[in-house]
Design a protein around this ligand. Structure first.
Ligand code: GTP
Length: 590
């Protein structure tokens, strides 16, 4: 647009499942961006996995044209994910817009991610518009929810919009408020500066950078410069999100769109980098690097080669810069990659994408946090249990500050979980109908299905959010599992010393239940500090090695049957037991 006055850039932020993607559907409809016959629920969730799981993983930008009171507007919306593991996606979207719709489910009320997303939006200086969703449902507490959102935003209850993203009720009014209240972007026509807030890989056009232009303009054929990677290239194509990529002649100040770089080397295009025409232009403030908290090793398996695993991850990193990838090698498993994730769901989603979108086969290790170890005068960080020393002098573990938001009727149950998950409550305060509990907990405890446990003791009502909060001395020890006399490194983990006996016993028992029976008897042993402390035996004879796989994934079953054929010749295969994620989960569960 020639003039930025009629541009509005905004995001929808909310706790998971409060209806962001459905509200985005209605906005696409109201503005005629997507034809009614092409509309499908959660239209912006384009990844197959998002549709399968019903959750948003990736932010999704879309440009809408809308005429209100005779004035044409360009509305750039970015739909964002709701789960805390994807908060880095949200923070990147926030830096590209001027306003946010904070959407709260009228049945559930304010939840933990409502609070943390609001905090981030405020920090980014955005204009925030509050809306309560799902008013088509019978909502006995609607008025209370509206009051609590108004209080949170420090506005009157009349300023909170009541919408149904399902029926579309109240959506036009909400859009009117976006146009009225969200400030138009400012931007000069001079020096070009654009922030790369996301990217993806295209075989033909090279890396496609998603950009927000803060000043100047960009056109195909122009030569531009990437500030951080000092790379010059000629723009191959400029376009906008409809939401699919659509070529347009140019992008100007205040707009959101994409540029096709023609570059194929994934390291050159960095999210957070500034696109400029002149190498002397100052950089925009980029993004802080996300801090991975869970580390899991991936080793290629089956027909997958290490190089393919590595290049697939590099491509995935273009749209998911939170992935932290480091090569490593292991005697039994060969060359692999140690990958840092923002949480358990982030890991599961990445593993599924590598399998489904890239067709890869791999073995993963147990998730681990990073321990700082002092041992024999040396000090180092251990991110994998297999590297953990037998008798370290001192160990420090990462601690998180946990914010749990729960209806007051469940507060006793939540506090009651403190011995099980070793957390220390540091504050409890009332927040309307809810109680906000702040606690400190070892990060490692979060990996033990804390999320599931919390949901189960609060009938699904409590939600939580966390951030890293220093470290503390840890009384922990390495626990190894041996199957048929060989250490299965994927199962090695670090556990609290006080729990080691129990963990050893239950792990051996659970493995006996979960692992396929082979054609020979096998011992399962748990070892710590050189001593066997638990033992189980898997009986021989059952032929079905696929019993432990979920669902009816036939191609994976076929592969296993083939493996079984080779099984007798390759006894060592047991050391490489390809454990599905569910096995790790089952063992970790308290
Ligand atoms: P994430 O992106 O995964 O965080 O979820 P989301 O916030 O995008 O929520 P989504 O739009 O996927 O909606 C979650 C569920 O609520 C879906 O089953 C929707 O059909 C339902 N839903 C959303 N809006 C409404 C509404 O206004 N009324 C009713 N009855 N259901 C709704």
């Amino acid at each position: 647009m020639e003039n930025t006055k009629n541009i509005r850039n905004f995001v929808i932020i909310a706790h998971i499942d409060h209806g962001k993607s459905t509200l985005a559907d209605r906005l696409l409809e109201v503005t005629g961006t997507v034809e009614a016959r092409r509309m499908r629920p959660q239209y912006l969730d384009q990844l197959e996995l998002e549709r399968e799981r019903g959750i948003t993983i990736k932010m999704a930008p879309v440009r809408m044209s809308y005429v209100q009171d005779g004035e044409p507007y360009m509305l750039n919306l970015i739909d964002t994910p709701g789960h805390s593991d994807f908060s880095y996606e949200v923070s990147r979207a926030l830096a590209a817009v001027e306003g946010a719709i904070l959407l709260v489910d009228g049945a559930k009320g304010i939840q933990a991610q409502t609070l943390s997303n609001l905090r981030s939006a405020r920090k980014a200086g955005l204009k925030i518009i509050g809306a309560v969703n799902k008013i088509d449902l019978l909502l006995p507490n609607l008025q209370k929810v509206i009051e609590s959102v108004a209080e949170l935003l420090d506005v009157t209850t009349e300023e909170i919009f009541k919408v149904s993203a399902k029926t579309g009720s109240g959506v036009t009014e909400l859009l009117r408020a976006v146009i009225r209240d969200v400030p138009a972007p400012t931007g000069s026509k001079k020096e070009t500066t654009a922030l790369i807030f996301d990217s993806l890989y295209d075989e033909h056009k090279g890396i496609i950078a998603f950009v927000r232009l803060f000043s100047g303009s960009l056109r195909a054929g122009e030569e531009v410069y990437l500030r951080a990677s000092h790379t010059r290239f000629k723009i191959k194509e400029v376009g906008s999100f409809m939401p699919q990529l659509k070529t347009i002649p140019s992008l100007s100040a205040g707009e959101i769109g994409y540029i096709a770089t023609g570059l194929k080397e994934t390291d050159l295009v960095k999210i957070g980098d500034t696109v400029a025409k002149d190498s002397t232009t100052a950089s925009l403030t980029g993004y802080r690097d996300p801090a991975p908290v869970v580390f899991i090793s991936f080793y290629p398996d089956g027909d997958t080669e290490f190089e393919v695993l590595l290049s697939s991850l590099s491509k995935l990193r273009l749209s998911d810069p939170a992935l932290d990838v480091e090569p490593e090698s292991n005697e039994a498993l060969g060359r692999g990659l140690k990958i840092g994730f923002l949480g358990q769901l982030h890991f599961e989603i990445t593993a599924s994408r590598l399998r489904d979108e890239f067709g890869l086969d791999f073995i993963t290790s147990f998730p681990s946090v990073a321990y700082r170890v002092k041992d024999g005068g040396r000090e180092y960080t251990v991110k994998q249990a297999k590297d953990f020393p037998e008798h370290p002098d001192q160990v420090f573990q990462p601690i998180i500050k946990l914010e749990i938001l729960t209806p007051s009727s469940y507060v006793n149950q939540v506090v009651g979980a403190k011995t099980l998950f070793s957390f220390e409550v540091i504050d409890i305060k009332n927040l309307g109908e809810n109680v906000l509990m702040v606690a400190r907990m070892p990060l490692a405890e979060l990996l033990r299905d804390f999320d599931d446990y919390l949901k189960s003791i609060t009938a699904g009502y409590a939600s939580f959010n966390y951030e890293l909060d220093g470290e503390s001395l840890a009384e922990v020890q390495k626990l190894e599992i041996l199957i048929a006399g060989d250490v299965v490194e994927a199962l090695t983990r670090v556990v609290p010393r006080k729990d080691i006996e129990r963990e050893a016993r239950t792990t051996a028992e659970k493995l006996k239940e979960l692992l396929p029976k082979q054609q020979f008897t096998q011992a399962i042993q748990a070892r710590t500090g050189g001593k066997i402390i638990a033992r189980e035996t898997i009986a021989a004879l059952r032929k079905d090695v696929t019993g432990y796989l979920y669902g009816g994934d036939r191609s994976r079953k076929m592969k296993l049957w083939k493996k079984q054929k080779r099984g007798k010749e390759r006894l060592k295969e047991t050391a490489r037991v390809n454990l599905p994620v569910e096995v790790f989960r089952a063992i970790l569960k308290k």
